[in-house]
Design a protein around this ligand. Structure first.
Ligand code: UDP
Ligand code: MG
Length: 320
């Protein structure tokens, strides 16, 4: 029996959790009903991303029920990107699946993902067909973000693509070999390439709890995405500078000619004020853009870890 068990492939399910005491167990139960008849070994890696509610306690309770459940406990909230990275680093599986704990990533897709993996696909991702139930402005800005990023960066980031993915071991190794600390995973996941399949599903509401993403957090995430995968904003500064220099040159010719032909007149202070304000605004805007990149360089050179693990608990080891 043991020999047969050990010969089965292992699939790791990585579950980032931040204040998810209500969903930890529901998630486990739902996934269990889907995977229990599949002929694979599974491990659950719950990453507790510095929750301040009883998430950790709920995971520990699950661990007593099922030793395949493991807990990676962060010392504070480091964000979902860091939680996903930790999950990939700790996962031992031949394949790794990342899933949200709120059941917005339907577990019913798991058998299909595994099927495609067995067919030789390495990077199986999922996408929501619609954004029903989401606030309208959030959908609007999300759509604009995907349009912009796909225009200016060379990796394709699919609108509605979730972090709900299955990676084969080689893809996981390559993702881990990317050492950048500002991680925009949606981009990195498609940057590594490999053969991919997209599975689509309809939007599902959260089973319990509330979203952890405020509008400001999403806006910062969008800036992270754009600056991680494109230099176009910097180039835009160059082009704007060139355009303004060209217009100023034309204006200069106009003023000189006018003075030569009609003589000197009292120059209007309002046009000068407008020009100064306009140029000042543009300069500040692009200083901000450059600042974004400089800030990222700064945080890269500091080489800080993406997260700190307070404790990593794997009860199955203690049994051996
Ligand atoms: N999450 C996390 N750290 C954070 C924010 C979120 O680990 O700082 C987890 C969260 O517990 C959930 C997943 O990331 O499992 C997606 O978060 P959420 O459902 O709040 O985002 P939404 O689905 O609204 O985009
Ligand atoms: Mg959610």
């Amino acid at each position: 029996m043991d020999v047969k068990l050990n010969s089965r492939k292992l699939i790791s399910i990585v579950v980032p959790c931040y204040n998810e005491e209500e969903t930890v167990r529901l998630f486990y139960q739902e996934v269990q009903t889907v995977i229990q008849n599949l002929n694979y070994e599974f491990e659950y890696l719950y990453v507790n991303d510095g929750s301040i509610d009883c998430t950790e306690k709920k995971v520990r309770e699950l661990m007593l029920l099922d030793q395949r459940v493991k807990l990676i406990d962060f010392s504070r909230n480091f964000g979902k990107e860091a939680a996903m990275l930790a999950g990939l680093q700790y996962a031992k599986g031949d394949a790794v699946v990342i899933m949200d704990v709120d059941l917005q990533d339907p577990p019913s897709l798991l058998p299909k993902m595994i099927y495609y993996w067995e067919q030789g696909y390495d990077n199986i991702y999922t996408r929501r067909r619609n954004r029903e139930g989401e606030p309208l402005i959030r959908s609007f800005f999300a759509q604009k973000f995907y349009q912009i990023i796909n225009k200016i960066s060379d990796v394709e980031i699919i609108d509605g693509a979730r972090d709900y993915r299955l990676f084969s071991r080689p893809v996981v190794e390559h993702l881990l070999s990317l050492k950048e600390s500002n991680r925009f995973s949606k981009g990195l996941f498609s940057w590594v390439g490999f053969s991919g399949v997209c599975l689509e599903f309809d939007h599902v509401e959260r089973v319990a709890g509330t979203t952890k993403w405020s509008f400001l957090k999403l806006f910062n995430y969008a800036i992270e995405g754009i600056t991680s995968f494109s230099n176009s904003p910097l180039r835009l500064a160059t082009y704007t500078g060139l355009l303004i220099a060209f217009i100023s040159f034309l204006y200069l010719i106009y003023i000189v000619s006018k003075t030569l032909i009609f003589g000197n007149e009292v120059p209007g202070w309002s046009s000068i004020a407008c020009i100064i304000l306009f140029l000042g605004g543009i300069q500040l805007l692009f200083l901000g853009v450059i600042g974004e990149y400089v800030g990222r360089i700064y945080s890269e050179v500091k080489h800080r870890p993406n997260y700190i693990v307070r404790s990593c608990i794997d009860l199955s080891h203690e049994e051996e």
